[in-house]
Write a protein that binds this ligand. Structure first.
Ligand code: FRU
Length: 502
């Protein structure tokens, strides 16, 4: 089958998020900043808008908001599908794929071997290299380079470890069905030596996929470096389906020791809410971070979809956007090390597409109140709210008067919620219409939300990014109202600013 062609207006195409022109995508792969450009490779079906023919697509950006699509970087063939993985800049040419003067980029990906191929049915790790800064790729002739004889060994993320134990490449990958992250080391990216295994721990409600391992200073103190291990799982997320969890601890060059494990072994279903989640929404999966991001920033992108309904979302001729790139930092919050996230793109350089809207110190009476002059479908909303007598209060975005997507706070419950039951087209899958929640606590009696609305999505950063929720929505393009609401009483807007981007 060839790529679908547009039959209806492409009203869901995001303005600030990447989506392929007319094909399917899932996980971000090989994220790297190189040659002054952010490279986003991704699981791509070059021939269709549903999963299949897995290859690495490619896009680049300089502002992390606007992207240019390039030809497929690494294509599947009769032997293998090209599953998820990562890219490193091999600056000392340890692999020998380049030269000292012209070192290579090396992609480490999972070969998902097809039935009848040399390793039929197995998943093993393979290499490809680029000598033109990431635009064209050559598969290594001696693939795979790491084969455990497993059918579920995938998603290698390679980092450069420089620490007390030495200086070498470290790979984290998963044994997906065993809920394990396995660690290996190498000097040349070709020969890999087993180091250790982490897991099962905390959430194990579904297969473990797409791990990452990176250091971050705690509370901005470079002398207090912690290591963060992220691992995505599907299903088993806090609001059903795909999601990503993380652990904080130490890495000594061999073993990751978690200081935030709540449950060892298989999950205790009653403790799902105690685990640490990269995002509490339904549509934030396969998150991984960039290699070599400028200024040591830790930047992550996730796939903005959920395997429960991924192949059915009503976008055409493309299917699935990526999330915004997020900058991740680590802070002590309520006595625990927690990731804090904010959107990383260069928003200041974007042309504003309409007058900004702002309000201060305004009471919200019981009910829903459309804000005249605030409408839009590509916008950032910054709001700080103080509870009054209302049991719930917040925003309605992409509304049409009666319906819309509700983003609210229930202070007595201590929850942030997204209600997308009335968000537009919801009936393409029975599990899509949902009301989802995350735990959130007031800071000095107030709640602040930054919400990015972009045609088919809302990304909510609450309490300065301590809690995030990301969800797809499919409203009519005429549904652009923004409203504030309070249920069963009142609340106060301390500050509201809306910036239009499109
Ligand atoms: C995660 C995942 C990965 C795999 C890829 C295949 O969404 O299942 O584990 O490498 O997608 O497309």
């Amino acid at each position: 089958m060839t790529a679908a062609t547009a039959t209806t207006a492409d009203t869901f195409r995001p303005a600030l998020h990447y989506a392929a022109r007319n094909t399917w995508l899932n996980d971000p792969n090989g994220l790297i900043f190189h040659g002054g450009v952010y490279h986003l490779y991704y699981q791509n079906n070059p021939l269709d808008s549903v999963w299949g023919n897995m290859s690495w697509g490619h896009a680049t950006s300089t502002d992390l908001l606007t992207w240019t699509e390039h030809p497929v970087a690494i294509a599947c063939d009769e032997e293998e599908d090209i599953f998820s993985g990562s890219i490193v800049f091999d600056r000392d040419n340890t692999s020998g794929f380049g030269t000292g003067a012209a070192p290579p980029l090396v992609a480490v990906y999972t070969s998902a071997f097809k039935p009848g191929s040399a390793h039929g049915g197995l998943q093993a790790q393979s290499l490809a290299y680029s000598l033109d800064s990431g635009y064209t790729w050559t598969k290594h002739t001696a693939n795979p380079v790491l084969n455990r004889g497993s059918a579920e060994f995938r998603d290698p993320k390679v980092i450069r470890y420089d620490g007390a134990a030495g200086s070498y490449w470290v790979m984290v990958a998963v044994e997906a069905q065993d809920f394990q992250v396995v660690l290996y080391r190498s000097d040349d990216l070709r020969d890999w030596e087993y180091l250790s295994t982490f897991g099962p721990a905390n959430a194990t409600g579904g297969v473990w996929e797409c791990p990452d391992l990176f250091p971050l200073p705690l509370d901005g103190d470079p002398a207090n470096l912690k290591w963060v291990l992220t691992v995505n799982l599907n299903p088993g997320g806090p609001n059903m389906g795909s999601a990503g969890q993380y652990f904080v601890g130490d890495f000594d060059g061999t073993t990751f020791a978690s200081a935030t494990t709540v449950t060892e072994g298989l999950q205790d279903p009653d403790r799902l809410g105690e685990y640490q989640w990269l995002d509490w929404g339904r549509d934030y999966y396969a998150a991984v971070s960039f290699s070599d991001a400028p200024d040591d920033r830790r930047l992550m992108i996730a796939w903005m979809n959920n395997w429960e309904y991924a192949n059915q979302i009503p976008t055409t001729p493309w299917r699935s956007p990526m999330t915004l790139a997020r900058e991740i930092s680590l802070h002590t919050i309520h006595g625990r090390p927690r990731l804090v996230q904010r959107a990383a793109g260069d928003f200041a350089a974007l042309p504003e597409a309409g007058p900004a809207f702002s309000l201060t110190d305004t009471a919200i009476a019981n009910g829903t109140h459309i804000l005249e002059g605030a409408a839009g479908s590509v916008q950032r909303i910054d709001i700080t709210l103080t509870p009054g007598t209302a049991e719930e209060f917040g925003l309605v975005v992409r509304g049409d008067g009666a319906r819309g997507t509700r983003i609210g706070i229930r202070p007595a419950e201590g929850t942030l919620l997204i209600d997308r039951r009335d968000s537009g087209d919801t009936d393409f899958h029975e599990s899509f219409p949902s009301i989802d929640s995350a735990p959130v606590l007031a800071t000095e009696a107030t709640y602040d939300l930054t919400v990015y609305v972009d045609r088919c999505s809302v990304e909510v950063f609450a309490q300065g990014g301590q809690v995030t929720m990301t969800e797809l929505i499919f409203p009519a393009d005429t549904s652009t109202d923004v409203a504030v609401y309070a249920t069963g009483g009142t609340a106060t807007i301390n500050r509201l600013e809306i910036t239009q981007f499109g």
